[in-house]
Design a protein around this ligand. Structure first.
Ligand SMILES: [Zn+2]
Length: 387
């Protein structure tokens, strides 16, 4: 059992007056955050508690913030520095003394005018029946801001929304990002496993140890990515401000489309596993980047994070449905014969085909891999539940 946190994004539909108030609010809190960040940087005070003692009164008066808003601004700054310092510690910005690292460390963090701002229940209340929120703004409390969400999202929000929500402005639209805490669902003992093989031509292929495979094609997604890549090339050549803005927009659109595709595939896989009483075996995704070696144009289509995202979607949907999930070692799942276990590189004459050089078993390469993953899932479950 593990607890599931779900993020629900709802789009706000403010009137022009409401939008102006939201804009002024977000701009003000982010100006305030930038000011606090500069102070934190020059005084070398980064922890939330210390920073609050230093600047709380000042930031509240100077920017006309409510008490809660001022505290959220300070915490946002402290969190941003914590993240930055973690990146530095992990070497993500280069070695000590590297130009990039020194440049980043020399300057205080700056917040965009539309950057996300957390609102807690005292600053933001939801009226689910009317589909509106009431929200604190710099011009006072604003009631009746309409929002839109799917039926699924509304049910989730009404039953499980908890804690803070983030207000943000992106591509000309207003969003609230709410968090839902889902209760634990007990995991049912699985009757067999379905293995999930992740790939590019087929985003996911599922198969039980011996059954037929189901392939979830990546055709549409790859076509979208290809189109975007072409456009990107043309726009990058331009390098104007508007081209850059369009590029950013495109990138987000592509990411949204990839996420939608991953959600759909994850839902299908989990629904099928729940219906048949099976568990799900997933490759441990750490290995994916090393395992997949591709020609350069394809390497661009391969987003390791996209696999990561799909694995994450499957994991939490499985948890919500009480479907058992096992992570397995992905080594040699593509080269091993799912019929006799023989491992050899030449079991794979080409990308699509598996043909065992020992026993003659032949199958689509992704289906063979998915069967191996299913078998490993079964073993993994048996081992971890032996006691
Ligand atoms: Zn074989």
């Amino acid at each position: 059992m593990f607890e599931v946190k779900l993020v629900v994004q709802v789009k706000l539909l403010p009137t022009p007056e409401q939008a102006a108030a939201l804009e002024a609010t977000l701009r003000t809190v982010n100006d305030a955050a930038t000011w606090v960040a500069a102070l934190a940087h020059s005084q070398r005070v980064f922890r939330n508690y210390d920073l609050r003692r230093h600047v709380y009164g000042q930031v509240k008066d100077r920017y006309g913030l409510a008490a809660q808003a001022a505290q959220h601004v300070i915490k946002k700054v402290a969190d941003a520095y914590t993240t930055l310092h973690a990146h530095v510690r992990n070497g993500n910005l280069g070695k000590r003394g590297s130009v990039r690292r020194e440049r980043v460390l020399a300057r205080p963090i700056v917040f965009r005018p539309g950057a996300a701002q957390p609102f807690d229940d005292r600053c933001l209340s939801w009226r689910m029946d009317a589909r509106t929120v009431s929200i604190w703004t710099v011009g006072g409390r604003m009631k009746g801001v309409a929002f839109t969400a799917s039926a699924d999202q509304l049910t989730l929000l009404a039953a499980h929304r908890k804690g803070e929500s983030d207000l943000l402005y992106r591509d000309g639209r207003w969003f609230l990002i709410a968090t839902c805490d889902l209760p634990d669902v007990p995991v049912r003992a699985p009757d067999g496993f379905v293995g999930v093989d992740l790939g590019i031509a087929n985003i996911a292929t599922t198969a039980t140890g011996t059954g037929d495979g189901v392939r979830h094609s990546g055709k549409t997604l790859n076509a979208v990515r290809h189109r975007h890549r072409e456009l990107r090339r043309r726009l990058q050549a331009k390098a104007t401000k508007s081209a850059k803005r369009l590029l950013r927009k495109r990138r987000r659109k592509e990411a949204r489309f990839a996420a939608d595709t991953n959600h759909t595939i994850a839902r299908r896989i989990v629904t099928e596993a729940a219906r048949t009483g099976r568990g799900i075996a997933l490759e441990d995704l750490q290995g994916i980047r090393d395992r997949v070696r591709l020609r350069k144009p394809q390497r661009v289509t391969l987003h390791a994070w996209s696999f990561h995202q799909l694995g994450h979607f499957i994991a939490y949907k499985a948890a919500r449905a009480g479907v058992a999930l096992v992570w397995v070692d992905p080594a040699y799942t593509s080269q091993a014969c799912s019929a006799c276990g023989h491992v050899a590189k030449n079991n794979r004459p080409d990308q699509e085909t598996f043909a065992c050089t020992s026993c003659g078993f032949a199958e689509h390469a992704d289906v063979n891999a998915a069967r191996n993953i299913a078998a490993r899932g079964e073993t993994g479950w048996a081992v971890s539940h032996a006691a």
